[in-house]
Write a protein that binds this ligand. Structure first.
Ligand code: IMP
Length: 194
């Protein structure tokens, strides 16, 4: 039997890996940086999603043969001039602390009538330390005024995608994965690779 092509994700974020694995099905063997303890920690010093995605994909692909895929993503809120944007993961003051991030977002949005927001995901495919292609996905929506639901991760309990009346955290994985920013970027990645 032929083995599946391998895709290495330049992330240690278990939620991103789980979503990408679920969406990619059995078309690729998906591994992430947790399987390679020697991979360096890549500092996200860019000021755009693309710059950060490029740093991660190129940095990790210098350490291993084959396709490396990175995901840099975040939430853009119109009433906050696009914040938290590339700083989504540390908006509450502590990297990766979703509870603090959500608390700060609720605080900043307390008196805002304009609740429009979007998730954006940029993915970079790299080999041998060089970007081969990049892709982007967006899902538009609006923010609610308190946390709803327990699924997903990050800002999911605060975000209702356009066309629905429940948050990503309430809608569950299969609906989220059918329309999310990540799935829209990943569809293009898969089309490119296949
Ligand atoms: P990154 O690891 O630098 O790409 O930061 C991603 C951050 O954006 C996460 O820590 C979350 O705060 C937010 N984020 C990205 N994608 C999602 C999502 O699908 N749901 C909820 N929050 C997300």
């Amino acid at each position: 039997m032929q083995s599946l092509p391998r895709l290495i994700l330049a992330t240690r974020n278990a939620h991103k890996t789980a979503e990408i694995r679920a969406m990619i099905g059995d078309r690729f063997e998906v591994l992430d940086a947790t399987a390679f303890p020697d991979f360096p920690e890549i500092e996200e010093t860019g000021t755009t999603f693309l710059e950060n995605a490029r740093l991660k994909a190129e940095g990790i692909s210098r350490c291993i043969d084959g396709w490396v895929l990175s995901d840099d993503s975040g939430l853009e809120v119109d009433a906050l001039s696009g914040a938290p944007g590339v700083w989504s993961s540390s908006y509450g003051g502590e990297e990766g602390n979703h509870a603090k991030n959500n608390a700060r977002l609720l605080h900043e949005m307390a008196d805002q009538q304009d609740r429009r927001a979007r998730f954006r995901c940029t993915m970079v495919l790299a080999r041998g330390g060089v970007e081969q292609a990049h892709f982007s996905g967006i899902v538009e929506g609006k923010l609610v005024e308190s946390l709803h639901g327990t699924g997903g991760f990050g800002y999911d309990p605060l975000f209702i995608p356009e066309g629905y009346d429940q948050t990503f955290a309430e809608l569950g994985d299969s609906i989220k994965n059918s329309l999310s920013h990540r799935s829209r970027a990943l569809d293009q990645v898969v089309a490119y690779l296949l």
